[in-house]
Design a binder for this molecule. Structure first.
Ligand SMILES: CC(=O)N[C@H]1[C@@H](OP(=O)(O)OP(=O)(O)OC[C@H]2O[C@@H](n3ccc(=O)[nH]c3=O)[C@H](O)[C@@H]2O)O[C@H](CO)[C@@H](O)[C@@H]1O
Length: 359
């Protein structure tokens, strides 16, 4: 049984792990528990995995009446998770973060079923911090996370999405009206899109269409309609493609020369596994500024460039982008540095941890 929800950063590692389990043990049965509201309700059923939902929400950081409702929902979702566990009878339960995994993994631990959590970030998330007291093993992606967990439970596995992206058959950018032989920059603000990155990219379109490179700009589903209204597609001259979301990201990444994006941990696992140069703009809106810490782990090794959201302007973006896109040697150097940090065996590592806790 697998649970992880809310954003792509929690969901895709879970799916990559499932892929590995199915490869190693084709007869295994898998059930994914998520929420209806999270991105998982779209992504998981589309990938052909059995999917059930429970209703849960996050705590408000300030004292609020909503929190009483949240506690009520948490308790009722633990009860619901227990029922699902009793019916499905999993040998092991994996949580990859997000509130829903809190309820599912907690319920499984109470029932004496072996549990594992996977932490993608270098700064530990709230749900995983809570679950760390109850689970058997804790799989981490950055060594920095180790000291924030009970040390005897920690195993450094990496992020399974790294394995998935290195083993996939690449697909042409022709599906977006672009030319796969031309150097391409991919701009996107994590799995949900980022308003500031979108704004600055829209402001840069006039410049981008003049470049010898092309651009794949992914806005995030909720931002797309508004942006589409503002843009004259004729003016993009097949040099820039704009999309709400890319469902086949692993297949696309092999044809990308540079990424401009947030510093979500799963994106970074992909970037390092494939060795893709990147310009990272960490989200300042996440707990304990963890994306800045994620990004710095690459920047320190000259494997990425960091621009803060405050510093981000169209001029700044275009300057940094040109430095990489117009200089193949600089790109190659950053790509090599990034690849040194990749963990392409992550899915197999995590699979082994799951097997080790099954009685
Ligand atoms: C705002 C927020 O809380 N963000 C967190 C969330 O980010 P978020 O969900 O944005 O996570 P990541 O950037 O880590 O991963 C995004 C994933 O979505 C995929 N993708 C993205 C866009 C698209 O069009 N298609 C697509 O498939 C990417 O390839 C990647 O696999 O989870 C991460 C991992 O725990 C955290 O580090 C982030 O801080």
């Amino acid at each position: 049984m697998v649970s992880g929800g809310g954003t792509g950063g929690h969901i895709y590692p879970a799916l990559a792990l499932i892929k590995q389990v199915k490869e190693n043990e084709p007869n295994s049965e898998i059930l994914y528990i998520g929420t209806q509201k999270g991105l998982e309700s779209k992504i998981v059923p589309n990938s052909g995995i059995d999917f059930k939902t429970i209703n849960i929400q996050g705590f408000k950081r300030s004292l609020s009446l909503e929190n009483f409702k949240t506690i009520g929902l948490f308790l009722s979702s633990v009860v619901k998770a227990r029922k699902m566990i009793r019916e499905f009878k999993p040998d092991v339960v994996l949580g990859t973060g997000g509130y829903v995994s809190g309820a599912v993994v907690f319920a499984a631990s109470l029932m004496g079923i072996p549990t594992v959590i996977h932490e993608q970030n270098s700064v530990v998330g709230v749900t995983n911090k809570f679950l760390s007291k109850f689970v058997k093993k804790i799989a981490i992606s950055f060594q920095d996370a180790a000291s924030q967990f009970p040390s005897q439970k920690v195993v450094l596995t990496g992020n399974p999405r790294a394995t998935e992206v290195v083993n996939i058959k690449p697909e042409s950018l022709g599906q977006f009206g672009l030319d796969s032989t031309v150097p391409t920059v991919l701009i996107f603000g994590g799995s949900r899109g980022a308003e500031k990155i979108n704004r600055v990219t829209v402001d840069s379109l006039e410049e981008l269409v003049k470049k010898p490179y092309q651009t794949l700009f992914v806005t995030g589903r909720v931002h797309f309609d508004q942006i589409a209204k503002e843009i004259d597609v004729e003016k993009l001259k097949s040099k820039v493609a704009i999309l709400p979301y890319i469902s086949n990201m692993p297949e696309i990444l092999a044809n990308i020369s540079v990424i401009v994006g947030r510093a979500g941990a799963t994106s970074l696992a992909e970037i390092t596994a494939l060795g893709i140069p990147s310009i990272l703009i960490p989200s300042p809106y996440v707990t304990n500024d963890h994306q800045t810490k994620n990004a710095k782990s690459l920047v320190e090794d000259h494997a990425a460039e960091l621009i803060t959201e405050n510093e981000l302007t169209s001029e700044k973006l275009m300057r940094s982008l040109d430095q990489l896109m117009l200089d193949e040697t600089a790109r190659k150097e950053m790509a090599n540095n990034a690849k040194q940090l990749g963990q392409p065996d992550a899915a197999e590592n995590l699979y082994k941890v799951l097997v080790s806790v099954i009685k």
